[in-house]
Design a binder for this molecule. Structure first.
Ligand SMILES: Nc1ncnc2c1ncn2[C@@H]1O[C@H](COP(=O)(O)OP(=O)(O)O)[C@@H](O)[C@H]1O
Ligand SMILES: [Mg+2]
Length: 199
């Protein structure tokens, strides 16, 4: 039987930014501000389904991935639909997961993110919204950046420079903990977004 991704996507029910239901062939992976991501067991791929008010971002993000055209630094893209993107599922953990689980973030990992973002600049893009949940340490120890949809914005995004500052100022210090409770990380992110942090 032919299996159509579009039919599976119709079984994904999202209200505003809350996933209500999804097909049995999918496993829920995570959600961000604009979409929820599933793992498709049959195709072994990631399916990013945009929230109703962000559906227009599917084509935009696909176009940016095409402009980047680099399957080493970014996930490979297989299909774009009205409100979804089918891409390579990257096995690994986000840098956010690394903080929660106590996996050490090394200076080399930070440099690799820099290389990737520099590459994006060389392709005429403006890397934006690069934060801990949008960087994946793969299971082979390489780094990939995901969620590139804001790479065409004009404004300068300070998130990655700020993360780097915090990394060298605090995280790298010998006695600084490498593992953090999720609630503390969320609090720090909240304070950062409210401009209440001295970095
Ligand atoms: N290709 C992928 N492989 C593995 N996990 C992914 C992939 N794409 C996204 N994710 C997970 O899903 C989360 C949300 O996806 P993301 O593209 O960042 O959505 P949003 O635009 O809403 O922030 C990510 O933080 C990450 O944990
Ligand atoms: Mg994201």
């Amino acid at each position: 039987m032919m299996r159509h991704m579009e039919e599976l996507i119709q079984e994904v029910v999202i209200e505003r930014d809350t996933v209500i239901g999804y097909p049995a062939a999918f496993r829920y992976v995570a959600a961000g501000r604009s979409a929820a991501v599933f793992f498709d067991h049959v195709e072994q791929k990631a399916v990013k389904v945009y929230f109703p008010s962000y559906e227009h971002l599917a084509e935009q993000e696909a176009a940016i991935y095409e402009q980047l055209s680099n399957p080493i630094y970014f996930p490979q893209i297989y299909e774009v639909g009205d409100n979804y993107l089918v891409m390579e599922y990257i096995e690994g953990k986000t840098l956010y997961d690394c903080l929660v689980e106590g996996v050490t973030i090394t200076p080399d990992m930070i440099r690799r993110v820099d290389d990737i973002l520099e590459y994006a600049v060389s392709k005429g893009l403006n890397p934006s919204d690069t934060h801990l949940k949008n960087i994946i340490l793969t299971k082979d120890g390489t780094i990939k950046v995901i969620d590139v949809v804001r790479f065409t914005q004009k404004e300068v995004c300070e998130q990655w420079p700020d993360i780097k500052k915090a990394y060298y100022l605090y995280y790298q210090k010998r006695f600084f903990p490498k593992k953090y409770p999720r609630t503390l990380i969320e609090l720090i992110i909240y304070l950062y977004r409210s401009n209440l942090l001295p970095i």
